[in-house]
Design a protein around this ligand. Sequence first.
Ligand code: MN
Length: 754
Amino acid sequence: MMRQYELVEKVTRYNPNADEALLNRAYVYAMRAHGHQRRASGDPYFSHPLEVAAILTDLKLDDASIVVGLLHDTIEDTDTTRAEIDRLFGVEIGKLVEGVTKIDKLDLVSKKAAQAENLRKLLLAISDDVRVLLVKLADRLHNMRTLHFVPDAKRARIGEETMEIYAPLAGRMGMHDMREELENLSFKYLNPEAFEAITERLGDLREKNRDLTGEIEHALSEKLAAHGISAKVSGREKKPYSIFRKMQSRSLGFEQLSDIYAFRVIVSTVEDCYRALGIVHTTWSTVPGRFKDYISTPKPNDYRSIHTTVIGPSRQRVELQIRTDEMHRIAEYGIAAHALYKDAAGDRGNGATATTVDELGAIHLSRTKRLEKESQAYGWLRRTIELLAEGDSAEEFLEHTKLELFQDQVFCFTPKGRLIALPRGATPIDFAYAVHTDVGNTCVGCKINGKIMPLVSELSNGDEVEIVCSKAQVPPAAWESVVVTGKARSAIRRATRAAVRRQYTGLGRQILDRAFERAGKVFSEDSLKGGLPRLAHNNVEDMLAAVGRGEVAAADVIRAVYPDFQESRATGRRATPDDGWFGLKRAGSLKFRIPGRTKKKEDVRSIPIRGLKGELPVRFAPDGGAVPGDRIVGILTPGEGITIYPIHSPALKEFDNEPDRWLDVRWEVDEHDPERFPAQIHINALNEPGTLAQIAQVIGENDGNIDNVKMLKHSPDFHEMVIDLEVWDLKHLNRIIAQLRAKRVVSSATRVNG
Ligand code: MN
């Protein structure tokens, strides 16, 4: 294991002004935090963050990145908290460590193929500092290097995730070496047979061409030196995965692959690149179609180099990359080479840490001064990040430069870390439906990042959303106007329709059950089947719903089933509560606020009798209302719905001759979710100053809620008035009436419809 001083030395070698004390503290802290934890290999756990830090020093990153490398698993795997890291190492490092932790929690592979691109975007969106990604890549690289210690099943998953997400990400960030190593390590675990076969063939070839690389290197350097160009020429064998990919993409066999060897010619100036190219091309014959000039036309990620293939000194195809030192550094380290370490030394002194957000809100760099100095590099960095998000081609790049990064999307997580990508403005309801239609249909509440929040909150990037479900729930129709995803909208519409239909069907069943009973006939759904053709309905459900909606009269159904049936009014009788309840099942009530709208009370209130959700064809009788504790009855009005009356209401007389329309209903009030109900009080009171105020005070003190006051008569001595108010239940209403009666100014107080 690397010693503390060795790590510090590695950093100070490229960054003489590194904060050694900070590095030392992080080393000791991480070592203690991980304590006796072990890795799958049996090594002390601390060896892992230490290796990650070492990889980051290879990339020559700033000391904050190295420290984050050391601390990156502390929040996730030890007792350490973000607050503690903030306190000991500063907020900048705290934020970075938390960023890495957040990525660790994602289960990127669960949705891999279809979402790989989304997932890469997500990584960018939530890693608002590019160093988070660099640490994450280093973390993944070390995990891949030690993957053989991990159990098989997990190995495949990690390998897949690396191949799908992290290797391409490294590539897009211009980190060629990182990409190559990640790909090869994944390849080894994902396709061990192919990996073995290619590795073996490469070994054979190496044996056969033992000195070839050296010969070609030598011949090339000689030739260039003869023309006064000093060049570093190095040959390297292609990696198994890139050979495999070539074999696949061109459907070639191993023997047919000619360019197993590639050589880099590194010179000092751009001019030398072209001179070297001229010399190579005049000395050896070129392979047509293999010449590419990425110096005059750099790749979008700023990769610059000349590529060509010639038939080399030993009659071998030789692939050449000609570039300057500077180009080489960028080609190797990509994003890491460019913006992060350069000039860090000069900045250490003033230590001004400033988190800077570019106009895309995408990247933060830590030191303002560095940004000024490196505005060019920074611009490049930003372009690269944009590009990572937008795709590969230069055209695409141009097309998208002006678009804001991820402007139209938010990425959120389930508590298990599954990613849900949603359009901007999406709510937890959209989230629930995106997880599963059943989750959406039954959701009643949510927690965002552990806090209970309204279901209509707008989600932000990185939110962890936990949906609370209740089997009894039916989505309120009004949600339709709150959600932004089509999936949620159509599911809500379907569910509402189905619920309404279910209720009508249930209602129809009750109506028929009662009507059949009165007619002295046996009711069963089976018996209805015979009558279907005569009623022009295809199935029993449809017919029941039609009865519930009042489109088909119960008597017609009886006649359809029993053609000889003679209707007799005499059998009709009014239902009483003793007939047994058939309270419509309560399905939860529509209670939420639509932001930005002022709503009337009706919008947030519903009647806990119905269960007929959505279109809610249930309402209280206009005069007097009804409150829990009242015996109530429902009156069905075909095509309109059900009106709830207190059983003693004089208005019920009107329906005496229509027993079919009477429905037994009952309250289903949820004590944990109290609602108020409408009632009216008729009051005679003295006409003197302050009377109204006293009445209002009594009601207010007793927790009644006045909706309206109507003055009926205005005589010199008395006021006669009706007060609309809302109360919890009958007891509450009676208490208020009693308190009113106790007032000297009140000569009478009675309930309307009482
Ligand atoms: Mn780790």
